[in-house]
Write a protein that binds this ligand. Structure first.
Ligand code: UD1
Length: 379
């Protein structure tokens, strides 16, 4: 009996783990496929927690994370680690997600072994190579090498067509909605010591992007202080990314404010609970721009570009940049004008209906079958 086709799912950071968890579950349930989960280890604690929450186990862990690792460190260690893995295991397809350096380096490593790549969340573009950095370049490079492109939205499909990518393009929805709906349905509380969800309007904030390191981060921090001062009924909940380049300056600037709650990265189910309960989200994250519309939460995007124009079009997200006055003005409008707030706080779902992972599994099964038939008929 011949072995079933092997799909290796490769991931390294928290968002990849969240967005691939539904896909891994769907693949593991397929009677036609075998699945292996490979962690690069680009992130450690932040991924371990998600793996646990979704009941996932890694088949291999390259454990590459180093303190203050550079992009070169991540790329080099991933290429080497995956070469070793491919020497012992020959997947028929690898799956990567999004735009991280793990996803790009894994794609390149597979390409060097002539192993086809499936790209989950393909086709996002800002059309500004350095914004976000290095993610815009990572996703473009992956698109050039992948054989299966799983685009979340019609806009992403158009972007891929425009780039004349090789391989097949499929519109599947975004798998983050699968994960989000599953967790949001549990309706769990989000206890934060000292924070009163009833008494305070909570501003939920996340920051980690490389383009915002240094001066932009300081100007965002100043905006947050000014908003806290102007609106005494607000509180700030800021789960700090593990990266010391981000965490240290934020802690110094905001840590001593009475209504600023700087906490460790929240477990995903608590994070979802916090999004459900907060008043307003301010963030430089990409994924949050997808989650917030589904929950009807206004997001002020602390960046100059977005690869998720669907969230802007849906009306739930607004690009406000990183200047103190721009952020304060936008927040002031939402905190003091109930109509402006209501216009933004409408649940819409431009990123999918929660069935993306099933679509992706079916497409992979069909692809594997078609490939087997074409190899069989060529023999
Ligand atoms: C990475 C991705 C980014 C993604 C983000 C999600 C790249 C280039 N960037 O950025 O696209 O949005 O993850 O979080 O791939 N650290 C820990 N423990 C952890 C995770 C990180 O200590 O579990 C610290 C380490 O000191 C590490 C630093 O954070 O050096 C930065 O991590 P890195 O993966 O280089 O970049 P991120 O900013 O997390």
């Amino acid at each position: 009996m011949t072995a079933l086709p092997l799909i290796a799912v490769i991931l390294g950071t928290r968002p990849e783990a969240i967005k691939l968890a539904p896909v891994i579950h769907a693949l593991q349930a397929s009677p036609h496929l075998r699945t292996e989960v490979i962690l690069t280890g680009q992130h450690r604690e932040m991924v371990d927690q998600v793996m646990q929450l979704f009941g996932l186990e890694a088949d291999r862990d390259l454990a590459i994370m180093r303190p203050r690792q550079s992009l070169t460190d991540i790329t080099e260690a991933t290429l080497r680690g995956l070469e070793t893995y491919f020497n012992t295991s020959q997947p028929d397809l690898i799956l990567v997600q999004g735009d991280t350096t793990t996803a790009f380096a894994a794609t390149l490593a597979a390409f060097y072994q002539r192993i086809p790549v499936g790209h989950v969340e393909a086709g996002l573009r800002t059309d500004d190579l350095y914004n976000p950095f290095p993610e815009e370049a990572n996703r473009r490079l992956i698109s050039q090498l992948a054989s299966l492109h799983f685009a979340p939205t019609p806009q992403a499909v158009e972007n891929l067509k425009r780039d004349h990518v090789v391989g097949s393009i499929h519109c599947t929805g975004n798998t983050v909605i699968d994960a989000l709906l599953q967790v949001a349905a549990q309706g769990i509380p989000c206890p934060i010591p000292g924070l009163d969800w009833e008494r305070h309007r909570v501003l939920l904030v996340t920051l980690h992007r490389r383009e915002n390191w240094g001066e932009p981060l300081a100007s965002i921090g100043e905006a947050l202080l000014q908003i806290l001062e102007e609106f005494p009924d607000t509180a700030l909940l800021l789960p700090l990314h593990r990266n010391p380049v981000v965490r240290d300056p934020l802690q110094a600037q905001l840590g001593s404010h009475q209504r600023a709650f700087l906490v460790e990265p929240l477990d995903y189910h608590l994070w979802v609970a916090a999004m459900q309960r907060c008043t307003l989200i301010l963030s430089d994250s990409g994924g949050i721009q997808e989650e917030a519309p589904a929950l009807g939460k206004p997001v002020l995007v602390l960046r100059h570009t977005t690869e998720r124009p669907e969230a802007i079009a849906a009306g739930t997200a607004r690009l406000v940049g990183t200047s103190t006055s721009g952020i304060v003005n936008a927040a002031r409008e939402l905190l003091s004008d109930p109509q402006a707030y209501a216009r933004m706080a409408q649940a819409k779902n431009p990123f999918g209906d929660g069935t993306a992972a099933q679509h992706i599994r079916t497409l992979i099964e069909q692809w594997v079958m078609a490939r087997k038939n074409s190899i069989g008929s060529a023999e």
